[in-house]
Design a protein around this ligand. Structure first.
Ligand SMILES: C[S@@+](CC[C@H](N)C(=O)[O-])C[C@H]1O[C@@H](n2cnc3c(N)ncnc32)[C@H](O)[C@@H]1O
Length: 226
């Protein structure tokens, strides 16, 4: 069927979130509590959470890696979509975010399933010694290291495993020729350039079959085929 792409109006977005969201009361209140502590409100959305759960269930992912924990929202969502014996490692370099997420993961009763590593994602990946491969990797930390992350994570992901990368629309600036940022946000230009370069790199990466989803700020998916 060939039709113009449907515009996501606020009403349509509300419909999706009402009907196909992974957010529950606990996660709703977690977001509110995090915001009160001035933790940035940059978690994935409930429908993105549902998508992550869908992918995790599709490949029966048990060993999961997340780069960028923030308040624990997406890690908890992934654990709630995976089997009881799943093991998620999530990496966070900000101390407030780290402490808050550990507390909430404990409150959610998921401390056995989710381990939060306090430090830089690159250090965790470089020092990963276990022979156990990951089934699913969600990349949602700094954008400037994305190529490094994929290069280093590829040998750690099993064949048939999936990498999901958030913000592939570069905060809406992917195709804007000269994005404008005020002084406070001008560092974001670096992220825009990094995402542009990364998307091209990933599209041509022979280890992955990839596709880009028009959900929120875009999400790139890669299925490891080698
Ligand atoms: C977009 S937020 C993650 C959102 C989270 N995945 C969710 O949906 O709830 C990005 C997080 O990555 C963290 N971060 C940024 N650079 C990092 C790095 N190099 N290593 C680890 N964490 C990093 C930030 O402190 C922030 O908490």
């Amino acid at each position: 069927m060939s039709m113009k792409r449907t515009e996501i109006t606020p009403e349509l977005e509300e419909y999706i979130l009402e009907n196909f969201s992974a957010e529950n009361d606990f996660l709703h209140s977690l977001k509110k509590q995090a915001a009160m502590l001035k933790i940035p409100e940059i978690s994935i959305s409930g429908d993105q959470g549902k998508l992550l759960q869908f992918l995790i269930k599709t490949i029966n992912a048990k060993r999961i890696l997340e780069l960028g924990t923030l308040n624990g929202y997406s890690a908890i969502i992934m654990a709630q979509g995976a089997s009881n014996n799943c093991k998620i490692t999530t990496i966070e370099s900000n101390n407030l975010h780290y402490r808050f997420s550990v507390e909430k993961i404990d409150e959610a009763g998921l401390s056995e399933n989710i381990e939060v590593f306090y430090g830089f994602a690159i250090d965790y990946i470089k020092n990963y010694k276990s022979e156990e491969l990951f089934d699913f990797i969600f990349m949602d930390a700094d954008k400037s290291n994305l190529i490094n992350y994929v290069e280093l994570c590829t040998p750690l992901l099993r064949t048939g495993g999936i990498i999901a990368i958030d913000n592939s629309f570069a905060l809406g600036n992917l195709t804007v020729e000269n994005p404008e940022f005020d002084n406070i946000h001008k560092h974001r230009m670096k992220d825009v350039l990094a995402v542009r370069e990364f998307n091209q790199y990933f599209k041509n990466n022979p280890n992955f079959f990839s596709c880009m989803l028009t959900i929120e700020d875009g999400m790139l998916l890669g299925l490891k085929t080698t």
